[in-house]
Design a protein around this ligand. Structure first.
Ligand SMILES: [Zn+2]
Length: 344
């Protein structure tokens, strides 16, 4: 898929009294939001599974101020002989970038720490032919989505929801055995981050217009390097996962990764009380910058998910799932599933 970014987006930052602090070019990784959009329309049957049309990131102009001020941006995907499909996104997608820009302004003493600010998003056409300026990049040719035909209803009949299910997310079914294996591994290596690669299948229910994932197993990452704060997948981990996939020979693919968060260890290191741990943001739905980096580098598909086993000192092990929602990695719900299913 080709990704065109014919505009340069920038953030203009203002103080509470309206005085401008400065303007910075917004550097963003546009692939997750382009991939999410493409997959969204593939799920709904509006784009073929072998979709290869080019995607563009375009500004949505502010309705009263007009160009160059944006009210958001859109991803537009071309398809031959048909109208392009588009998804609109709000300026809040630039919030993280604005907050790091604000930290830089604080360092430069242009803004006081904790000072209130607002920002506007601007876009200017990138110089045609200007290589460094946004321009055009080619994402590795993504092969057709390897989806099998199955019935969503048949899966739902055997499933129990966990967490908040958002109907806009791709449904994900996790076999209980996967979580039992992850629990055993976590307890066995208590205090250290351990994990594995999640494998399974993508299913397509054409009648309801949905693609969903079934996580069938986790391949323990024997060769990972785990400390109490970080887990790294090595080349040996990948070789072992490849070998296991071939040996199982069930048409499974990597769908993401699972790893533990030894919260009890993190908290004991900081001498947190048990009571403080209960409300600690690390105890549930916490995805670190390192986790985000693993996701982006190793599991960058719009359907990739991550499971975190939250090992706290005050409760039984719980599981959080994360996935790409509108281009951003967010906590999301999933379904537990007993036993086997034919998927029909
Ligand atoms: Zn983590």
């Amino acid at each position: 898929m080709q990704l065109n970014v014919p505009y340069r987006f920038a953030i203009a930052m203002f103080r509470e009294d309206g005085a401008e602090v400065g303007t910075v070019l917004a550097k963003r990784d546009w692939e997750p939001v382009a991939d999410w959009t493409r997959f969204y329309y593939q799920r709904r049957g509006a784009l073929p599974l072998a979709e290869s049309g080019s995607a563009s990131i375009l500004p949505l102009w502010e309705r009263t101020l007009g160009e160059p001020y944006c009210r958001g941006y859109c991803v537009q995907i071309e398809q031959p002989d048909r109208q392009p499909v588009t998804s609109d996104f709000p300026n809040t997608h630039f919030r993280d970038f604005a907050s790091s820009a604000a930290s830089v302004y604080v360092e430069q003493k242009k803004l006081r720490a904790g000072e209130y600010y607002t920002y506007m998003v601007l876009a200017h056409p990138a110089q045609p032919g200007g290589a460094a300026a946004g321009g055009l990049s080619v994402i590795d040719a993504s092969p057709s989505l390897p989806a099998h035909d199955g019935s969503l209803e048949a899966f739902l009949a055997k499933a129990t929801p966990s967490g908040v299910i958002d109907r806009a997310d791709m449904p994900v079914f996790v076999r209980n055995q996967v979580l039992e294996d992850a629990s055993a591994l976590t307890h066995q290596h208590q205090g250290t981050e351990v994990g594995g690669i999640l494998i399974g299948k993508l299913w397509r229910d054409e009648a309801v217009g949905e693609i969903f994932a079934e996580i069938t197993a986790q391949i323990t990452a024997e060769h990972t390097m785990g400390t109490n704060v970080k887990l790294t997948f090595t080349a040996d981990t990948w070789a072992a996962a490849d070998a296991a996939l071939r040996l199982r020979n069930r048409g499974e693919i990597p769908l993401g990764f699972v790893h533990s968060h030894p919260v009890r260890e993190w908290c004991s290191g900081k001498a947190c009380t048990l009571e403080a741990q209960k409300t600690c943001h690390l105890a549930k739905d916490f995805f670190s910058e390192d986790d985000e980096a693993v996701m982006r580098a190793a599991f960058p598909r719009a359907y990739s998910v991550a499971i975190v086993a939250n090992d706290t000192a005050f409760a039984e092990l719980t599981f959080s799932m994360f996935g790409n929602r509108e281009g951003l990695t967010k906590p999301r719900g999933f379904y537990f599933m007993e036993g086997d299913t034919s998927g029909t």
